[in-house]
Write a protein that binds this ligand. Structure first.
Ligand SMILES: *Cc1c(COP(=O)(O)O)cnc(C)c1O
Length: 713
């Protein structure tokens, strides 16, 4: 993925510090001397946004409908648990001093504290964070984002009646009992089960939205919720319903809209603020204790402890100094660690995906499509080697709603990544798999009458696009079979959503080819017309892949099935195309120099002694071979590579896992240098088109054969 420093969220990072101070305020009551009411509003109402904001931030980066493995969750849980462990140890002396270990029923109480309430008053945040993340993640995975919101909101409401609305729950004896039982297990409902999950889910929802969508609405939503939350908090306080004052109904929209507004600011990441806020959160109670102790020793309690406002300022100052010092250390440590890890994970052979170019190509296609036409992104064969997951997620987030794949497995994979919208399977699927087609809501191509009839005999309703063979003679109903095609429309379990054909000579602009293609189109239209005359409502119609679109532009249809041009390349170089698009290549293919060796004049290199040096030379062994997708047909000086911005030749035969390049002329060449086979290095560029041509194939094949072994990054 392309690194872009302006893609972080400094708004969120900065507000972390503000949120941390709100928590300090909760524990120091800065306005208590001035007005009890003002202090209540600040610390028991407004400051309650702080912790949900932290949860939502974690959810924003963690929860996604695009689940692709649990790695991110595991990492988050591990970090949280480690941090919790360290914090517990840190506060252990204070626990000891407070006589924590002398309490009755120590073991059950300790379990309860570790799991729910925290072993020190503010530490509940960490187990709540871990449990909330895991719960939200699991529910979103099982039920999808919207249902997860409903479920976690229901949990939150249960929590409300054990918190700010406790007085209301007490009026019903059933509830009285339920909550009494609940409070045997946990001291509060503001924990990882009832409180945190909804904010994690909301974080995931915010991550799906484009940052500057509905800025105004978010501001209005925020202002309204703040006012309502204020009214809600004050009323509940007056009613004396509050058992605790962490949870309000309007806290949820308030944090959500506020957070959405913070995501509008994009720029450099503020790493120090993130760490700093966490340190303030964890250590401020320690600072409170130290301050009290120091005040007692120096006899300055009247100033530093009893005056609430000065107390708040003093604690804040101490925590800021401490967090500046520690976060500096931490950031440096992390950078060192990163360096070590980078060395460890040194890549062998890899592809890089430029998502901005992918989106640019998609926009370029959309811009030039006939009116009323939609882009159907063809992402078969692992998105032509680019990675189906990354490609599909990127395109869907930018608004693409229709995808095409070759096989049912590819379709199911897309669903498991969380891709919604329409997915058309272009290839043949065994009718025995009708249940899966139905379950994953995949659209099947009806390859001929027998195929459609067999699908109809299964017990599941299935969506299909009918394919018409207009001359390719691969899949499809013959143009003459209009009666049979019409029959499919009346099949009980088949819902025909589209009808399409595939052109087989639309790359060429030779007269003969154009004539053939026009005949294909005419035959296809004749079928459509015949169906219309039979009174059939014509579904979506499409016939163009990349080249059909470029050579026969502006012909109305419902979809363009764009494959190769989406990835920013033409199938072959130097073609005569009617509609020239501004395409930008998406994929780069690179590997490393792993060894350098001097070869004397007249010595051979590699298998079959296929290359004999004519002079004393320097060869570099490169960590990529044909098993990684570098075609063996590029052997023996047919293929080129870039290293240190210079073009060099592939010499000898390409092996399965390595190849050799001639670096005699490359000054400064060193082991570890990056070698580019497709893509840019400095001012030089090797295009997929020229590589494919040198290998005697088209870019479609070159890209689709990118090896499984390649790392993506
Ligand atoms: C692969 C395929 C496409 C996409 O072709 P490109 O030339 O890569 O755009 C479109 N339609 C069908 C039926 C295909 O099989």
């Amino acid at each position: 993925m392309k690194k872009n420093n302006d893609k972080a969220y400094p708004g969120i990072d900065s507000f972390r510090i503000a949120a941390a101070f709100l928590v300090v305020a909760i524990h120091t009551s800065p306005l208590a001397d001035i007005s009890g009411q003002a202090d209540f509003i600040l610390t028991r109402i407004f400051a309650r946004t702080a912790v949900p904001f932290f949860f939502m931030t974690s959810g924003f980066f963690l929860i996604s409908k695009y689940h692709n493995g649990a790695d991110k969750l595991k990492k988050f849980l591990k970090h949280t648990v480690v941090l919790y462990g360290i914090s517990m140890v840190l506060y252990l002396p204070v626990n000891l001093y407070n006589g924590y270990f002398q309490m009755e029923h120590l073991i059950p109480n300790m379990i309860k504290d570790v799991l729910f309430d925290g072993t020190f008053y503010h530490l509940w945040y960490l187990p709540a964070s871990a449990a909330g993340a895991a719960l939200a993640w699991g529910i979103v995975k099982k039920a999808g984002m919207n249902s997860a919101l409903v479920m976690t909101m229901a949990l939150y409401v249960v929590g409300l009646f054990g918190d700010s609305y406790y007085g209301a729950a007490q009026k019903l004896p059933v509830f009285q009992k339920v909550y009494a039982a609940l409070f045997e297990v946990t001291d509060y409902t503001r924990n990882g089960v009832f409180f945190a999950p909804v904010f994690f889910v909301l974080g995931g929802i915010a991550a799906q939205k484009r940052p500057d969508n509905n800025k105004k609405r978010c501001l209005i939503g925020f202002l309204f919720s703040v006012v309502f939350m204020l009214a809600e908090g004050l009323s509940l306080h007056r009613l004396s319903w509050q058992r605790h004052d962490s949870m309000y109904l309007f806290l949820v929209p308030c944090v959500y809209f506020g957070f959405r507004m913070l995501t509008v600011y994009r720029g450099k990441r503020k790493e120090k603020m993130r760490t700093g806020a966490l340190i303030i959160y964890i250590l401020h109670p320690m600072c409170i204790l130290v301050l009290r102790l120091a005040a007692r020793i120096t006899g300055t309690q009247a100033v530093f402890v009893e005056n609430n406002f000065v107390h708040f300022l003093a604690v804040s100052a101490m925590t800021v100094l401490l967090s500046l010092f520690l976060s500096g250390l931490f950031v440096k440590w992390k950078a060192d660690q990163q360096k070590i890890n980078n060395k460890k994970g040194e890549k062998r052979a890899w592809i890089e995906i430029d998502e901005e170019n992918l989106l640019h190509n998609a926009d370029e296609i959309k811009k030039t499509m006939p009116e009323g036409c939609k882009l159907m992104a063809v992402i078969k064969a692992d998105a032509y080697g680019h990675g189906a997951f990354q490609t599909a997620v990127c395109l869907e987030q930018s608004g693409v709603e229709t995808f095409a794949v070759a096989t049912i497995e590819e379709g199911i994979d897309l669903r498991s990544y969380g891709i919604g919208g329409e997915i058309l399977i272009l290839g043949y699927t065994d009718p025995g798999r009708a249940q899966e087609l139905h379950k994953y809501d995949l659209i099947q191509t009806a390859a001929d009458y027998a195929h459609a009839a067999a699908l109809n005999r299964q017990r599941y309703s299935i969506k299909v696009h009918i394919k018409v063979d207009t001359g390719m003679h691969r899949l499809g109903f013959s143009c003459k079979e209009t009666d049979k095609i019409a029959e499919v429309f009346s099949m009980k379990r088949i819902r025909v959503c589209g009808i399409y054909t595939h052109l087989c000579d639309c790359e060429s602009r030779k007269e003969d080819a154009v004539r053939f293609t026009n005949k294909q189109l005419e035959d296809f239209y004749r079928v459509i017309k015949a169906l219309k005359e039979k009174g059939i409502l014509i579904p979506k119609v499409h016939m163009f892949s990349s080249y059909g679109f470029m050579n026969y532009p502006k012909i109305p249809c419902h979809y363009i099935r764009a494959g190769i041009i989406l990835y920013g390349v033409y199938s072959m170089p130097e073609e005569h195309i009617k509609l020239r698009l501004d395409l930008r290549p998406v994929l780069s293919l690179r590997a490393k120099v792993i060894l350098l060796r001097k070869i004397k004049s007249g010595e051979s290199i590699g298998y079959g002694r296929a290359f004999i040096t004519e002079k004393d030379s320097m060869a570099a062994v490169v960590s990529i071979g044909y098993a990684d997708g570098l075609p063996r047909s590029l052997s023996e000086n047919r293929g080129e590579a870039l290293v240190r911005g210079q073009r060099v030749q592939i010499i000898g035969k390409i092996c399965m896992d390595q190849c050799m390049i001639d670096v005699t002329e490359v000054t400064g060449i060193a082991v570890g240098d990056t070698v580019t086979f497709i893509g840019k290095d400095g001012r030089e560029e090797i295009t997929a088109e020229e590589t494919a041509k040198a290998a005697g194939t088209i870019t479609n094949e070159l890209l689709a054969r990118m090896g499984k072994r390649l790392k993506r990054g």
